[in-house]
Design a protein around this ligand. Sequence first.
Ligand SMILES: Cc1cc2nc3c(=O)[nH]c(=O)nc-3n(C[C@H](O)[C@H](O)[C@H](O)COP(=O)(O)O)c2cc1C
Length: 102
Amino acid sequence: MIFYFSGCGNSRFIAESIAQALNEQLVFIPEAEREGHFDYTLAEDERVGFVFPIYSWCPPQLVMDFVQKLKFTKAPNCPTMYGWPSPVATMAGLRKRFSANN
Ligand SMILES: Cc1cc2nc3c(=O)[nH]c(=O)nc-3n(C[C@H](O)[C@H](O)[C@H](O)COP(=O)(O)O)c2cc1C
């Protein structure tokens, strides 16, 4: 399952490419937020990824707000983070978020 946000389309292209290559479901974060969809059930070996742009050295606020509300009924053992263009900066924060949730 790939969660993504894109303001101008770059991250959307990346998210769609990854989802197609890995055969993973795509979730557009603003749409999930609008629909109040925060609970997701993961299959046994399902991978979780995030794709979003970096704004002023940080993930967009709406991405961080969404991650705060996210709940998985089965915790991923090792979430796969696709932060682009600055993956390393965003990985620690998202991992921390997952640890707090599970
Ligand atoms: C207001 C603003 C702030 C940005 N800040 C950063 C940044 O701190 N670091 C970075 O690498 N890119 C930064 N960028 C570049 C975007 O992350 C980059 O253009 C990205 O491809 C946009 O993705 P999108 O087309 O999915 O919206 C910024 C772009 C904007 C518009």
